[in-house]
Design a binder for this molecule. Structure first.
Ligand SMILES: [Ca+2]
Ligand SMILES: [Ca+2]
Length: 215
């Protein structure tokens, strides 16, 4: 009987500690943009891409997302799908078409400052490397490195001609305890030999999720 009591007490303690941990991990924001919800977003625009609504597309711009009234927390986990559309050239060649820089900033702190290359590399003379998953100016990664899908249709250029679209899953866990959070995503794309920059290369995001964790 004594042992049964000890086991029961142990199980109860385990259950309570587990349920407490679950409560400490709270999703405070999710947006798949299917209802055109731009609450809290400035510079927002929504487009259809590949049978889904996405935030974007952007070229030489980006968006701000402000989330207020966060519960008490020590960490935030920010995750989203990042679509790199069409003809990005990573580090670039001769400063005509790069570097093609993409940034993620949280509360004025730079957490990602990288380049992406969408080059198909079927011509060995045109295979500019990218920085991702590292920060620029590191430029030693192959195009599309670290992506989860690399054969999606282009957003503007004819499918399969130059690059198509590459999908990256971005996840960042950062120390954060303020009651408000400002997420900013920006690019500095360079393309000096086109009339239509937004068609030549652009980006969009989908399924933005923000969780707070109180340790
Ligand atoms: Ca969507
Ligand atoms: Ca470019």
């Amino acid at each position: 009987m004594k042992y049964i009591l000890i086991i029961a007490l142990f199980s109860l303690t385990l259950f309570l500690s587990c349920s407490k941990e679950v409560k400490q991990d709270v999703e405070v924001y999710f947006n798949d943009f299917e209802t055109n919800d731009l609450n809290g977003i400035t510079l927002g625009r929504i487009e259809d891409y590949n049978k889904s609504k996405v935030l974007g597309r952007y070229n030489s711009g980006g968006f701000d997302l402000q989330i207020k009234d966060l519960p008490k927390h020590k960490l935030v986990v920010i995750s989203f799908d990042l679509y790199i559309h069409d003809s990005w050239e990573g580090k670039g060649i001769d400063n005509i078409d790069g570097p093609d820089i993409w940034k993620m900033i949280v509360d004025d702190n730079l957490y990602i400052n990288t380049t992406f290359s969408n080059a198909p590399c079927n011509d060995s003379n045109f295979c500019p490397p990218q920085s991702y998953p590292f920060d620029y100016p590191n430029s030693s990664q192959n195009p599309k490195w670290g992506s989860v899908s690399r054969n999606l249709p282009g957003a503007c250029l004819s499918a399969g001609v130059i690059g198509g679209t590459t999908l990256y899953k971005i996840t960042k866990t950062i120390e954060h305890s303020k009651a408000t959070l400002l997420l900013q995503c920006r690019d500095q794309l360079i393309q000096n030999n086109t009339q239509d920059n937004n068609c030549d290369e652009s980006w969009s995001v989908d399924n933005i999720r923000v969780k707070v964790i109180n340790l």
